[in-house]
Design a protein around this ligand. Structure first.
Ligand code: 1GP
Length: 257
């Protein structure tokens, strides 16, 4: 399967900028109008893509309504970040076709993917193969996904799983600490994983400040995802701006190594 338009865009932006920031929006937390306004503010502040989804989404119509509203207000890619079959709509540009590599439940390894695949083909969504790994506490995603989270003190285990994902053909690897995690993934873990990987590395969960984003990018994260901190921020645009700037600084520092 050749890279589609969105995947090619991501690679081009990564080549130009070194590292990127993505904004995660939950369609069940606000109305489609408010969600679209947040997406538009994130685009203005320099975020490179909108992720729509979460691990507890039950209402597909809300995903669809939010996707439509976001597409009407933004021009950066809208990528679905599904936790289940309920996370799918044809009104997005692409979908992270994810397998939760450290799940104990085959449903989250290949089962839900098989249920979703025919619909993804029918609606013409670009599928981007992604290996999803849950670390630390794991939050709701870890609980819902029957994950056996990799402890923060075991970076070589995380690297082994990430490399296995790459060898299985996944074209992105996502290290997830869990939405709202108290402790984001430690930079040391990111560094160890980065040292074995060739594909882009996404890091998310519990990232709240520019300083954290910068240190994760410097350690080797290519894409930083934030959701919770943007829901809590007084100014979403201001917070995304801080994170985008930090991501750029992190990329510059990494280049100097
Ligand atoms: C969750 O990694 C994402 O799937 C983002 O986490 O909500 O903590 O930013 P936060």
């Amino acid at each position: 399967m050749k890279p589609g338009r969105v995947e090619a865009y991501l690679h081009q932006r990564l080549e130009e900028e070194g590292a990127l920031h993505f904004t995660l929006l939950d369609p069940e937390k606000a109305s489609p109008e408010k969600t679209a306004e947040a997406a538009s503010a994130a685009e203005r502040a320099g975020s490179s893509a909108i992720l729509l989804g979460g691990s507890t989404i039950a209402s597909q119509p809300e995903v669809e309504a939010s996707a439509k509203a976001i597409k009407a207000k933004t021009s950066i890619p809208l990528i679905l970040f599904p936790g289940n079959v309920t996370g799918i709509t044809g009104h997005a540009d692409a979908i992270f076709f994810m397998s939760l590599l450290n799940s104990e439940n085959p449903y989250f390894l290949t089962g839900v993917q098989a249920l979703a695949a025919p619909t993804i083909k029918r609606v013409g969504l670009e599928a981007i193969p992604l290996g999803y790994l849950i670390l630390g506490g794991g939050g709701a995603a870890g609980y819902v996904g029957y994950a056996r989270p990799i402890p923060y003190g075991q970076p070589t285990l995380a690297a082994a799983y990430a490399l296995a994902g790459q060898y299985l053909g996944m074209r992105l690897i996502y290290l997830e600490a869990g939405s709202g995690a108290e402790q984001p993934i430690p930079p040391e873990t990111v560094k160890t994983v980065r040292s074995v990987l060739d594909v882009p590395l996404i890091v998310g969960g519990g990232i709240r400040t520019g300083k954290t984003a910068e240190s994760l990018v410097e350690a080797g994260a290519d894409i930083i995802v934030t959701g919770t901190v943007l829901e809590e921020a007084e100014s979403l645009e201001g917070k995304v701006g801080e994170l985008v700037e930090a991501t750029r600084r992190g990329a510059q520092r990494r280049r100097r190594h």
